[in-house]
Ligand binder design. Structure first.
Ligand code: URA
Length: 218
């Protein structure tokens, strides 16, 4: 798996990550969502450089201009609900593409153990398309792998790009073993630890709750 660890190069992306992590600033849920969206936008621009392009002639009011535009058939898929702001950011840049939504949540069997429940999938056919799979927090990696297994029922993508704001080192290693070779991971930053509840440390807390408010625990 090719890993693009974006925080390694200084850029404005680090400002947005810092604001997401800051325990005061992250209480502003509109800013929190917008920062995830901005990260989705920046990563989309980076991904676009690696996609396939075709030559095209554009007719302007004054003449003709040859240019290159994207030719891949792209599907953006995000994991509900925390993936929605990241999804919106990616869709802002790839505005003509197809979209897919999947629900994956942790069902706790004890304080520290859980299963991933995938219940809802709304997706176009993925055969031979470029799949951009968005989940802001790559913690243990189990929900992303369960998501991909569910998506496999609707086709085999030609290329897979995983987009995440913050990952744990353990999660990166887990998905490297479970996703097809050639998958690319675009990650804002990678943190060292997971705690006993499989939350990323230092991470930022619960991305879904910060973006959309607290939910009842199952
Ligand atoms: N989901 C989150 O929102 N945060 C984590 O740290 C792990 C999973």
């Amino acid at each position: 798996m090719k890993i693009h660890h974006l925080a390694k190069s200084p850029s404005v992306l680090n400002n947005y990550l810092a604001q997401l992590r800051d325990k005061e600033l992250q209480q502003d849920s509109m800013r929190f969502r917008r920062n995830l969206e901005r990260i989705g936008e920046i990563i989309s621009y980076e991904i676009s450089k690696e996609l396939h392009h075709k030559e095209e002639v554009v007719h302007t009011p004054l003449g003709r201009k040859s240019t290159v535009t994207l030719q891949d058939r792209i599907v953006i898929c995000s994991v509900l609900r925390a993936g929605l702001p990241l999804h919106q950011g990616i869709l802002n840049y790839f505005d003509w593409v197809e979209n897919s939504f999947i629900s994956a949540y942790r069902y706790h069997t004890s304080d520290t153990e859980f299963e991933i429940i995938v219940e809802y999938l709304a997706s176009p056919d993925l055969d031979n398309k470029v799949l951009i799979l968005a989940d802001p927090m790559l913690a243990s990696g189990h929900s992303l792998v369960a998501t991909f297994e569910a998506l496999s029922r609707v086709g085999l993508p030609r290329e897979i790009h995983l987009v995440t704001a913050i990952a744990s080192q353990e999660g990166v290693e887990y998905i490297s073993k479970h996703f097809p070779r050639g998958t690319r991971l675009w990650v804002g930053d990678i943190d060292e630890e997971l705690n006993d509840y499989s939350y990323i440390v230092p991470g930022l807390g619960d991305a879904g709750d910060l973006a959309f408010g607290r939910k009842l625990q199952k």
